[in-house]
Design a protein around this ligand. Sequence first.
Ligand SMILES: *Cc1c(COP(=O)(O)O)cnc(C)c1O
Length: 219
Amino acid sequence: MSIKNNLTNIKSQLLSNVTLVAVSKTKPVSDLMEAYNAGQRIFGENKIQEMTEKWEEMPKDIQWHMIGHVQTNKVKYMAEYVSLVHGVDSLKLFKEINKQAKKHNRVIDVLLQMHIAEEETKFGLDENELDEILKQVQQNKSKFENIKIVGLMGMATFTENQTQIKKEFLHLKSIFDKVNSDQIQLKTLSMGMSGDYKLAIECESTMIRIGSSIFGSRK
Ligand SMILES: *Cc1c(COP(=O)(O)O)cnc(C)c1O
């Protein structure tokens, strides 16, 4: 299967309310250009340096999503162009994105990353930490004019157990519904990867992040 065929196949399964992020980490620009030429305009990377090199080299109508864990001291390298940061999991990072966005006169959209998996190693907030960040943001609205929370992101446990994955996705969806209110309107629920995106869509994901099913497995 070619990259183009993989994309066509995945897209044919998606309703129009689900956005496909093509996760191109570790893949060469030639692979990304194949996807680009097949119409794909949203790419996800997990390292800022790699994403920036690709941004410099590739057409400027691409939307670049940072899907990995972000170190505060590296935000400045992507502030000029990044379109959505999926992995915001601390107030410190939130403040830094706002600060760097301001330097470029931009508003950067972000997702708050929730910890929904069993593994300790996956990044993300628990519900108390989420409430705390939302409270701080509400109370300091005038300070945070260059950053916008547009939704939540989460990763399920790496397991074959579909029941467990579903439980975790539904949990994230319930947090999403709870946060979504007049005060803060969320539109994006980023959950689902190559192995579990069908389940994620059943659980009302609006954004899936697909790597290996488009570009083939990574080394
Ligand atoms: C690598 C990665 C993906 C894509 O994984 P695949 O299994 O290759 O689809 C999705 N989300 C995040 C956060 C990733 O790091």
